[in-house]
Ligand binder design. Structure first.
Ligand code: PRP
Ligand code: URA
Length: 221
């Protein structure tokens, strides 16, 4: 994406949130024996912690309020509320955690599945708030493997005129981070872990398996 000559942007930021609670919860999620309900609960909890980091630089403005003691000027988030966009299906687990953190956020959904043979991201659903271009977006999906799904979703959001997009995920492979950085260098990435590599089926190793199937208890294909 071309960079503005008025304000050149440094390289994309990849933030790995290595807080002990995040690392602990992620380790439990990775374990094969972790139940579906525990997996969902952990994803919700860990997402809240990642969301805390991903929203650290939200702009503030001052408003005047009355405390029980006096009139005070206090900071609140400036501008239109955030929009959270979930890549279906697996993104919905992260969405739940982020909505705990920002309950008033608007929500969009992009239905994409990774075609197992070609690995192409196939779009099957799209529902976004009408005033989306006026909002900052946090796009969520727990797995950044080849990067195909995230790149396709961000391309779509940019076609809608979104100015600022952050991508929040649990686990990425180096291949996915590189693909996303190359296609959309203006998008900052927030992760709980950057894993080793992709296997021959383009699953993240060591990873946690299929995030959608583990979250919803559906059989692996
Ligand atoms: C998973 C995951 C990402 C995608 C990542 O979704 O949730 O969307 O794969 O792979 P990529 O980086 O190589 O594109 P999947 O296609 O399995 O769909 P699901 O969420 O419906 O299970
Ligand atoms: N999708 C997943 O759910 N897991 C992976 O490891 C790769 C893609």
């Amino acid at each position: 994406m071309p960079q503005s000559s008025a304000s050149p942007r440094p390289a994309p930021i990849v933030t790995v949130v290595d807080h002990p609670l995040v690392l602990h919860k992620l380790s439990l999620m990775r374990a094969r024996e972790t139940s579906t309900s525990k997996f969902r609960q952990l994803m919700r909890e860990i997402s809240l912690l990642l969301g805390y980091e991903a929203t650290r630089d939200l702009a503030l403005e001052e408003i005047e309020i009355e405390t029980p003691l006096e009139t005070a000027r206090v900071p609140v988030i400036a501008g239109k509320k955030l929009c959270l966009v979930s890549i279906l299906r697996a993104g919905n687990g992260i969405l739940d955690g982020l909505l705990d953190l920002v309950p008033s956020a608007r929500v969009g959904h992009i239905g994409l599945y990774r075609e197992p043979r070609t690995l192409d991201a196939v779009e099957y659903y799209l529902k976004l708030p009408e005033d989306l271009p006026e909002r900052d977006v946090i796009l969520v999906d727990p797995m950044l493997a080849t990067g195909g799904s995230a790149v396709a979703a961000i391309t779509l959001l940019k076609q809608w005129g979104i100015r600022r997009i952050r991508f929040l995920s649990l686990i990425a492979a180096p291949e996915g981070v590189q693909a996303l950085n190359e296609a959309h260098p203006d998008v900052d990435i927030y992760l709980a872990a950057l894993d080793s590599h992709l296997n021959e089926l383009s699953y993240i190793v060591p990873g946690l398996g299929d995030a959608g199937d583990r979250q919803f208890g559906t059989p692996a294909e």
